[in-house]
Structures are given as C-alpha cells and as structure tokens.
Design a protein around this ligand. Sequence first.
Ligand SMILES: Cc1cc2nc3c(=O)[nH]c(=O)nc-3n(C[C@H](O)[C@H](O)[C@H](O)COP(=O)(O)OP(=O)(O)OC[C@H]3O[C@@H](n4cnc5c(N)ncnc54)[C@H](O)[C@@H]3O)c2cc1C
Length: 424
Amino acid sequence: MPFEDGTSFGQWLDDSKTQSNLEDLGLSKRDIDGYWAYEELFDRARRLLRKGERDTWVGDSPTRGEIEELLGGDKAMIDLLFEASIADVLDDHISDERVKTALFGQGIIGTWGGPREPGTASIKLMHYQGDLTGEGPLWGYVEGGMGMVSFAIADAAREAGAVLACGVPVSEIVPGEGVRLEDGTFIRAGTVVCNADPKRMLSMLDGHEIDASFRDRLERWKVRSPVVKFNAALERLPDWAAAPGETWPARATIDLTGTMDDAQRAFESCDRGEPAVAFGEIYIQTGYDPSPAPDGKHLLSVFGQYAPYTLSAGDWDSRRDDVARQFIDLIDRFAPGFEDCLADYEVLGPPDIESRIGLTGGNIFQGEVTPDQMWEGRLAPRTPVPGLYMCGAATHPAGSVIALNGRNAAAAVLADAGVVLAAA
Ligand SMILES: Cc1cc2nc3c(=O)[nH]c(=O)nc-3n(C[C@H](O)[C@H](O)[C@H](O)COP(=O)(O)OP(=O)(O)OC[C@H]3O[C@@H](n4cnc5c(N)ncnc54)[C@H](O)[C@@H]3O)c2cc1C
C-alpha cells in the first residue's frame, strides 16, 4: 500500500519484513503491538471456525449459538462476526492513520457500505477464512487466467461421466420435471441444481407455485453492488513513487485509497447515485504469469469502489469516461505518469457485470455478504421447491473462488438420494 508522501506499508509473507516495515514507518511500540493483535484476532476466529471442532464452511451453516460456542463466547470475536465495523476494530487496535488507511479496504470489498458501517469487520473475516493450498488466508493467481478454474472443474466432471452444455441459457425451471432452455428445448430431470443467483432463479420459476416464505426471502434478497472494474492493457509497468524503478510491486496486491473518512464519503456519494472511485485494489496478473499478454506487455486490473448501478445523472454509457478518469487519476496519485503506460482499457460498472457475467445487480457474490445475509442468513442448497437445489455463491459459505458451495450442494443431493460417500 503506497502512501502519497512516498512511503508505503507492505504485509509480507515473512512477518519479520512486515515488522521492519512498521518500524521504518516510525510506529510506536503500542501501535506495532496493536497491529499484530488485530491480525491475530482475525486469525484466531479463522482457526476456530475452519480448523476447530468442525469446519463451519462445510455442510450446513452453524446457528449463531453454535458459532458463539465455537468461539468460546469471546465477545471481541463474536462482535467481529456480527456487529463491528472495520473502522471500529482498527480504531480499537491502532492509532496510526497510515496503517489504518492501508488495512480498512479488506472490510469493504464488494460491500454496499463504507468502513464505518456496522458489520464490515465480518467482510474481512469472510475473505480471511479461505485457505490456499493449506497455506492459510492468501490470495493466488491462476495460471492462464481465472477461466482455467472452470476448465479444471469441467474436466473433472467429464471424467466422472458428466455431459456439459455451454452457452444455452435456461429460461424456465419446472419443479420436479426439469428445465426449459431459451431455444425451447426441454431437458427432463427430477433434480435440478441451480448456479444462477437467487433473483434469476426466481424469474425462472415464474408461473410455478412455490412456498410463499421462500419466494418472499428471494424477493427481499439484497444484491446492491458498488463494484466497478477497470481492466487495462499496459505498454509497461507503472513506476510507483513509493518504489521507484522497482518491478516487485507487480507481484503484490496493491491497494490505493485515501483515509477511511474519504472512503466513507465516497460511499455516501455512491449511495446518492454519484460514482466516486476512492478505493482501488490492483492486480498485475502478468507479474506472475506473463502468458496472457504479448512479450514485455502487461495486464492490470483494478477492483474499484464506489459506483452505483443506477446513476443520479446520465447513464453508464454516458458516464463511463468520467469513471475511467477517476481510476486514472487515483493511480496517477501514486504512480505519476500512469496514463502513458496505457495501451487500452475498459470500465465495467454494475450493469456491465450484470450483463457480462450474469449476476443480478452486478453483485459479485450473488448477494450482499453483510452479517444479515451470512451464516444462517445465507441460503442453503436445499430449497422447498421439489427437486431444486442451489449451488452458487448465494449459498453458505458465500462467495469467492472456493468451490465449497458446489461441494455442499453435491453432498446434499447425494445424501437426499441415499448415496453414502466414503470418507475423504
Ligand atoms: C468482478 C469480480 C471480481 C471478483 N474477484 C474475486 C477475487 O478476487 N477472488 C475471489 O475469490 N472471488 C472473486 N469474485 C467472486 C467469485 O468470482 C464468485 O464468488 C464465484 O465465481 C462464484 O461462483 P458461482 O459458482 O457461485 O457462480 P457465479 O460466478 O456467481 O456465476 C453464476 C453463473 O450462472 C449463470 N447463469 C445465470 N443465469 C443463467 C441462466 N438463465 N441459464 C444458465 N446459466 C445462467 C451465469 O452466467 C454465471 O455463469 C469476483 C467476482 C466478480 C464478478
């Protein structure tokens, strides 16, 4: 995380490097201890929920009471899951504004809310609970691009005897009988497992009688999204003021933002219908895997916030250039001359994510991941509609490239069919 004064803060895999970085920034011992206590609080919650008595991401969600028990009744951890804002947790541990600026972003990812919104601490915890190849909560790049994950799952399914059909949207789910494709073809199936988001699934059930409380729940399901993407092809890597001439930032996740208060104001502007890109998380995929770009060129994508689906003035087509300018200006503050690195770029607002990826509202997780829509508040694979299961990110344990939703759904289908799986 670069700061505008040319200094930076990095979280390294090697804790001693992070410690040196905190010391170089001149933090007090109290703040340095606070930083480590902050990280340990999230890590302790992660270990208890994923590595303790049971892995709470696998199978049905535990109830709130069961979660509290798994956390040993610890008030700070319970608050983290259900109540606290990321700003509150940071304020409780750290006084240095720069470090708080560097850390709050993980509490707002994909969230319709600013860092001072209650429940945002749980967003960081959700992201922190993943486990990359047993190495703990790290992010990874997929060689060849994200689509390779889908290809790998497809290969495994084919190997197990599945027949796949792509590019054939479903228009109707007929409970207990099968699905109708948009071209009118009817596919008979007593069991249907739906990966589309709850709003789309509900529209596919149009005209069929379904349990009123389930319908009501899907209608009330919240899918607001403030996420806007900036995807760019670069002639060369940006030159960061905090690391002049260095190429290693291309192998890091780089967060660019002002203070928590700036981000809170940006959210409030977005809530009024006006885009305000105040937070950008940058990935330079070619820093790890040069294969998706021509020799010597690079790809850079920015996961940005905040921009609403519906704009108070104009529409996405007429405002796209303004929003692109906000991204370029944000990056330029930390990497002067960034605009000259650009070969091409695109901006995808929530309506573009909706139409391109097929996610209602452009919500990246098939529904908001604030505490009210997590754990027991998340949907389960089993539905009250005969023969219909859900397997997407709207189900427990929610979104990210984790494949657990699919696994949980498969386990439910097999259990209901009386198939007993051998222990893994
Ligand atoms: C911009 C963006 C950035 C993200 N960044 C990250 C990240 O850095 N790390 C991470 O782990 N996760 C990230 N995520 C989240 C992650 O990609 C999702 O949580 C994950 O892909 C969910 O997978 P899923 O199986 O639930 O399906 P989804 O990816 O939610 O897809 C639902 C599928 O249903 C299909 N569908 C909808 N309607 C129909 C229909 N009528 N007929 C047939 N098919 C239909 C859609 O086309 C789509 O393919 C990001 C998501 C987005 C959009």
